[in-house]
Design a protein. Sequence first.
Length: 383
Amino acid sequence: MKKRKTTRKIILLIILCAITWSASVWLVPLLDGSQSPPLDPTGKGAENLLFAARREGAEQLYPQRLTACQDALKEARFETNLQLASQWGTRDFVRPQRLLDGAQAQAFRLWKDVVDHRREVKPAAEAMIARADDSLQRSDEVADLSRQDYYTRGHLATAFMQLHQAQSYYRAGQYDRALSAATHSLESSDKALSRSRQYLERFDDPHHLRLWEVWIREAVASSRSTGIAFVVIKEKHRLDVYKNGRLAQSFPVDLGANSVSQKERAGDRATPEGLYRIIRKKGRGATKYGFALLLNYPNEEDRRRFAEMKAHRQLTRRTGIGGLIEIHGTGGRGYDWTDGCIAPDDENMERLYHEAMIGTVVAIVGSDGSGGPIRSALMEKRR
């Protein structure tokens, strides 16, 4: 009898142990939550934050951080799927939940940093675009006064394209790219402006200004003895007529296509500078320009300068000094188009033809030292 009671007790004890073990395997994990998958098992929240960060430009701003966030989300998803595939009671979603929370926090910080950066860069991009636009306008205006060579035209074109790109980026909300493009535009327009200024600096050079002033005085003095003299001011595209030492008339003229430069050789399309005289008058039928007054270019100073440039190998042996510089008609077009000649409109040209004489002095200067478009542009840049 005692043996049976002992056997029963042992069986009951075994059953109790089995129940206790089952409870520990099934009930305890159920109560501690380790068997329940995360509320966001796929990491959708982190994925949405990463998508928003990419849309704001995270790939350009923080590519390494973006990659790290993506890797963290992949690891969290892998761990979650691994636990989902395990048997009930053996699952442990604590680590996957921690990884998912960490991936979401990391993605949030990335998104916030990108947004904060955009908020800071936006006004900087806007200001740089305004600076680039202003610089391009000034550079273009100065280039119109100057000789636009390949270098200048190239940088102006680059500045224009970069500015247009910056404005497009800004409208698309890509402020970093807008800032970069606007900066490049500003650099290109500054290079074009610097090149243009190289051609124009002599218009503000004290040596040239003194020399031009001497030529003007000599021409005015000549008008007192001969009755008439002409002064051509290239900067202002103006021809002044002096009679008996007084300014009698002024009117606009077109010049050589390379008007800002001193004439150095044949074919450079520059209007020469110096003291010249009229050596021939051409009436109707003698010139295709209606009326023309031929000047004695090259004079002695032109020949001396030309020989010096050849001696220093600044010109080739075959290069000629040029000639046939005239004051002729068919001007008044409002732009420089001649091969170096001075071209008033036909009405003023006919008047000059009848008033001029063989030997009339013609002073051609870069500037008269007063305010003109070139010197004004140089002073504005200096300020």
